[in-house]
Design a protein around this ligand. Structure first.
Ligand code: UDX
Length: 443
């Protein structure tokens, strides 16, 4: 079986490299020639641990590689090559709306369709509103020369950035939405190496497969906002949210994962997925079912304003002219993704209110500069915090966890730190003379 992967962002590049790792011949397509050129020369244009090594292990033309993985911009080549086509294009939030922008997925189907001349399976992996697979399936059958023999299946992807390769090769579960025994058999054969080692496989219909993804992300977002709502109550009552979540986590029905209180969730998935889900529920007449997600979103956004408020408090009530160091720009550690980054959002708000903000991040500086060119950027933690009246720790990179409070105390204007991720050791910082404050913890 030969595989094509359409769209080479985080999802597509990872999927292509992992399919090659599972032993398949893979052809990746992107409409951006510069993206294809970078991948074809062995460079992954984003930071994702382990991905570049895997790409190079399989990239055609590299000495010592298996040669199973190639890239192209040609739809015709993709149509000729693939027995199974994976659609991995992104579905961002529409500008000024909650609904998701389906245009990249739709155009992938439209551009691929004329080249599907023999029986093939087109497998959607993108996160889409429930009902999309059915609609795209009809659209494809009308446009493909192979007609209904060009069948659609839906196979949502649950990978996390920073763990993309491991999540793809060792997933918690595989979910496939299919309409025929042939489609199921094809996907079972394709994922046999994962199924054989015990990965649970859920075979279901289109709408359920689509919903598993949106429901999973909504649940995760709800869990984070739940603990952040508790952090608000902790702040009002003098309780400690870190101890609270630790105690809750002992209850195996609750579990400790995604229960870290702090600045809340960001990135290219959780925020836009819960909004798109609300929009879709509205279209389906089921909006009441998801009104709680509005609250999940509001709690999440309130954490960012609270961090700005705390920074103002620490600056004596006025931000104008105060020097603030922001440690972290990526929406989470081990990623250079700055989409809907809580850290940059806070940095931007502080700057708008007159503070002089200097940002440092181990990997996301280039992306941050593109998105927020007016902020100041430093090349190291030490440079960022030099002369700062307050230091904000907003993305929990390992580099920040191991900072030496004594060393930093020498260069700041005032030893004050706000821990937006609740991972620094308060005692260690206080012992070194710092004022340490965190979201949801007593001062
Ligand atoms: C998420 C889903 O986890 C993944 O299954 C899906 O395929 C895509 O969306 P990702 O966006 O890569 O993955 O990041 P994730 O690790 O889920 O974190 C999302 C955000 O939540 C980050 O901003 C993170 O800092 C925040 N978070 C996570 C918390 O604030 N607290 C937590 O306890 C966990």
């Amino acid at each position: 079986m030969k595989i094509t992967v359409i769209g080479t962002g985080y999802l597509g590049t990872t999927h292509a490299a992992c399919m090659a790792e599972l032993g398949f011949e893979v052809l990746g397509l992107d409409i951006l020639p510069e993206r294809v050129a970078a991948l074809a020369s062995g460079n992954v244009p984003m930071y994702e641990p382990g991905l570049e090594e895997l790409l190079r292990k399989h990239l055609h033309g590299l000495e010592g590689s298996t040669g199973r993985l190639r890239f192209t911009t040609s739809w015709e080549e993709v149509g000729d090559f693939g027995d199974v086509h994976f659609i991995c294009t992104n579905t961002p939030q529409r500008r000024g709306e909650f609904a998701c922008d389906m245009s990249y997925v739709e155009s992938a189907f439209d551009l691929l369709a004329p080249h599907l001349k023999r029986p093939t399976l087109v497998v959607g992996k993108s996160t889409v509103p429930v009902g999309s697979a059915d609609r795209l399936s009809r659209r494809l059958a009308e446009a493909a020369p192979a007609g209904a023999a060009a069948e659609v299946a839906w196979n949502p992807e649950f990978l996390r950035e920073g763990f993309a390769v491991d999540d793809t090769l060792n997933p918690d579960r595989l979910v496939i939405g299919v309409r025929s025994a042939e489609a199921e058999a094809t996907l079972r054969e394709l994922y046999a190496p994962l199924i054989d080692k015990g990965t649970p496989l859920v075979v279901t219909d289109f709408p359920t497969a689509e919903l598993v993804k949106t429901a999973a992300n909504s649940f995760l977002a709800t869990k984070i906002s739940f603990i952040n709502a508790m952090a608000e109550v902790c702040e009002a009552s003098g309780a400690d949210v870190v101890q609270l979540s630790g105690a809750l986590a002992h209850d195996t029905r609750i579990g400790g994962r995604f229960l870290n209180a702090g600045l809340g969730f960001g990135g290219g998935c959780l925020p836009k997925d819960i909004r798109a889900f609300m929009a879709r529920a509205g279209e389906l007449g089921a909006d009441q079912a998801l009104t709680f997600l509005r609250e999940v979103d509001s709690i999440n956004m309130r954490r960012r304003s609270r961090m700005v408020e705390l920074a103002r408090e620490q600056c004596g009530g006025a931000l104008l002219g105060r020097r603030i160091a922001v440690l972290g720009a990526a929406f989470k550690p081990d990623s250079d993704d700055v989409r809907d980054s809580p850290a940059l959002n806070v940095a931007g708000q502080l700057q708008l209110q007159g503070a002089q903000v200097t940002v440092y991040d181990p990997k996301a500086m280039d992306n941050a500069r593109k998105m927020f060119p007016a902020l100041n950027y430093a090349e190291s933690v030490l440079e960022a915090v030099t002369g700062a009246h307050v230091v904000l720790h907003l993305t929990e990179w390992q580099e920040f966890r191991s900072m030496d409070p004594d060393e930093l105390a020498e260069v700041v204007a005032e030893p004050r730190i706000l821990d937006g991720r609740n991972v620094l050791d308060p005692q260690r910082w206080r012992d070194a003379g710092w004022t340490y404050r965190a979201l949801g913890r007593p001062s």
